[in-house]
Ligand binder design. Structure first.
Ligand code: AMP
Ligand code: GLY
Length: 426
């Protein structure tokens, strides 16, 4: 098979790594890819959100399957454009991608289909937002409706601060994304993410996982795209997972079906589990998580290309796979200053370190004079796997220590507090 992967981050490198292991994979291409992906695929420059560029490339290469990594291309309708040309795609069309692209849409979807989620109000004016906030207690949760790269959720104990966030959003601080708001009840508990693979008829779950969003140890510092992740989440036992399937997964798929939304790809359900065990959906994403995927795919025991291809063809029920009975820890190495400004172009040493149980995925890297250099905030993911979390952490941190570049930093406490409630805020 000829396969094209869209995207160029750590998640996409992990997807490419998994696909490249498939005996079915004859040719692997990526757009735009990254230097890590270039070792196992042919990278093609271009904007994966541009439908025309993607369909032209896919046709020119005569690919059998396109796997979409990030949400951007899905929201811009790339999957629809490819399907219109008869090309199989792993990833939903634009209508399915609205589950992530619009929080007002996804909250209404949940309400309409009886999927548990925090009670909410959709607002488009400051008056409406005020009323929605006055009728609630702290913590006040304000969310921009549209895509905001993780910067669209505001949590505050102060009414005045929450109102200020509403004013700024409605005033255009996040552009169109904040012109509609969701104000909702605050939830407490522990968070867990569940990635559902579905072709609209059947579904299978990957391992549960959790990410670490804050920049610094102890869940301090600003929010980032994710400084690490681990899988599986140990406190989610079989019976809780069954309840998640009954209360969230099945109603979500039924809801899509009732709405006539054909969906082939991943649904990422971000869940909050209260101390009493109540399950609520915080959000949906329409693709694999980053940095969760880098931790999840090393636990996957099967043929990932076969899964994506069968799913894209609506034949997911024909494939089977197992999840390895291992623990996985992904430590992200970032550039000093991230998530604020950071320098680029520093040479990265130690990338050739090879050790059983350690896998390095590249994200913000570039090639300069034949050398791999830093080119982004989150530069690399170092993933350790082992029979226990202690061993997986040991591997991940051994791998992280072997890598050096000027200004490199990473959290030292990834997966160390696996039973604690997650950090507050986002
Ligand atoms: P979302 O993008 O909606 O998942 O929100 C991002 C993060 O904000 C979540 O992972 C939670 O940590 C936090 N969050 C979102 N909604 C709520 C809520 N209703 N109550 C408490 N925390 C929330
Ligand atoms: N790690 C959160 C996300 O991928 O959206």
């Amino acid at each position: 098979m000829k396969v094209l992967i869209l995207g160029g981050g750590g998640r996409e490198h992990a997807i490419a790594w998994a696909v490249a292991q498939s005996p079915r994979c004859d040719e692997l291409h990526s757009m735009p890819g990254n230097p890590g992906m270039a070792q196992i695929s042919t990278c093609h420059p271009g904007d994966p959100c541009d439908c025309r560029s993607v369909t032209d490339l896919a046709e020119r290469l005569s690919v059998d399957l396109v796997i979409v990594g990030p949400e951007g291309p899905l929201v811009s309708g790339v999957a629809d454009a490819l399907r219109a040309k008869g090309i199989d795609v792993f990833g939903p069309g634009r209508d399915g991608a609205m589950l992530e692209a619009s929080k007002a849409h996804s909250k209404s979807f949940m309400k309409r289909h009886g999927i548990p989620t925090a009670s909410f109000t959709i607002c488009t004016t400051l008056e409406e937002a005020k009323e929605a906030l006055y009728s609630r207690k702290p913590p006040y949760i304000v969310k921009a409706d549209g895509l905001a790269a993780g910067k669209g959720v505001f949590i505050s104990d102060q009414l005045s601060e929450a109102l200020e966030s509403c004013g700024e959003l409605l005033g255009g601080s996040l552009g169109e994304a904040g012109k509609t708001l969701v104000v909702e009840d605050g939830l407490v508990g522990r968070e867990v993410s569940v990635m559902i693979v579905t072709d609209g008829n059947s579904y299978r779950l990957l391992s549960t996982s959790q990410d670490h969003k804050r920049a610094l140890d102890g869940d301090r510092g600003p929010n980032t795209g994710g400084m690490g992740a681990y899988a599986p989440v140990p406190w989610v036992d079989r019976s809780m997972l069954q309840e998640i399937e009954e209360k969230v997964v099945k109603p979500t798929l039924l809801g899509l079906d009732r709405d006539d939304t054909s969906y082939r790809g991943i649904i990422y359900a971000g869940l909050m589990i209260s101390p009493q065990g109540k399950i609520d959906v915080l959000e949906y994403n329409v693709r694999l998580g980053d940095p969760e995927t880098q931790a999840l795919l090393p636990l996957f025991d099967g043929d990932w290309l076969e899964v994506c291809h069968s799913c894209a063809q609506g034949k997911l029920s024909e494939v089977s796979w197992a999840l390895k009975d291992l623990c996985s820890v992904n430590v992200v190495i970032a550039s000093e200053g991230y998530p604020g400004d950071y320098e680029k172009g520093h040479p990265i040493e130690g990338l050739d370190h090879k050790e059983e149980g350690i896998t390095v995925f590249q994200a913000g890297t570039a090639l300069k004079d034949g050398k791999t250099v830093t080119a982004g905030g989150r530069v690399l993911s170092v993933v350790g796997t082992g029979p226990t979390f202690e061993e997986a952490r040991e591997k991940a941190y051994t791998g992280a220590k072997a890598i050096e570049f000027k200004g490199a930093f990473y959290r030292k406490d990834i997966a160390s507090n696996r039973d604690k409630p997650k950090e507050e805020g986002v």
